[in-house]
Design a protein around this ligand. Sequence first.
Ligand code: NIG
Ligand code: FE
Length: 414
Amino acid sequence: MTDRDALPSPQPRWDGLVLGASLATLDAAHGYGEVPDGALAWKDGLLVHAGPRHELPGDPAALADEVIETDGWITPGLVDCHTHLVFAGDRAREFEMRLQGASYEDIARAGGGILSSVRAVRAIDEDGLLRESLPRARALAADGATTVEIKSGYGLDFENERKMLRVARRVGELAGVQVRTTYLAAHALPPEFADRAEDYIDAVVDWMPRLHAEGLIDAVDAFCEGIGFSPAQTRRVFEAARGLGLPVKLHADQLSDLGGAGLVAEFAGLSADHVEYSSEASVRAMAASGAVAVLLPGAFHVLRETRLPPLDAFREHGVPMAVATDCNPGTSPLMSMRQAMQLACTHFRLTPEESLRGASLNAAHALGLHDRGVLRTGARADFTLWDIRHPSELGYWLGGRLARATYAGGQRIA
Ligand code: NIG
Ligand code: FE
């Protein structure tokens, strides 16, 4: 044996260690996974300890470069799995029109709605679009989000869809959150394709591999609805995605039942989103395929919808439910995951625990991510420290400031 072999191996030094807060690990099929007086440590962006303080393998000061003694609760970083937060301007005037009696569909058919955001996005350059969008991602991070999905869909031509997706990537770099991009060119029919929806779908399919080659697409989505695209047109978009190996998700059954959620299941898609009108048959198909139901209570709230998603059927058949903001200028001007959770509890009667799981672990699965949404050794070091006495408060308070610190990949981002 050489002298070198006889030396004790050096104590691994962790990058950071938080002590004293309770942990809501979500690391079990049910419940918050509560750990009182917890210890959470990370190294190189991953969690290396998530458990009780008394199980630490030594003196904290010797274990980590930075040791933080605190109180409150730590949850997994929140995952906003459905946003349209890259846009320009706002649609407050439409909100006013709706309150005076116009419906979302009336406004869309009159050339407003999504198309008014398309005009605004086409009129602004990339830096301007970034300037308008970045504060929304920062607001999400300040309220606990560490991963954010961002869709295109207000460009509706090659250059403007590309501009949106490039801005989405830059938003992630500047806000510190992990961004997953979704290609949603099949969101509305642009004016230059009026009455030529099939030709537009040809164009959507043609742009997809070019944008994918630039590394701009993580998943593909469409708006399958009477005022959007038909199931047959959606199927063409999904087939193109499948050809590129890209996962699909769908704005499904929001205003009517076109069988969108069933289509997601048929393509082994990640999620069906909105799903207010989804049928029992679609729910069964989702359960069999493993798709997540993404609930968007902000849009339900702002559109003053009354038709509830089939929540009991999701529970009964074991379809995981996620909660997201749907942050967009038309139907859900919402920039807080906590508010989305509160609305999910109030309108959809999710329990606060379901809303937290839906805003973290299940939301990560809705993005095809299995390395986050839970506090567990080996998971990404994405977590939020909250000024609360119990995690049920996260689905309870409206407004206020509860997040004390947010870490993504072991770096403090808010
Ligand atoms: O998720 N339904 C389609 N897409 C968005 C609304 C987008 C808009 O109105 O700008 C949604 O609700
Ligand atoms: Fe949406």
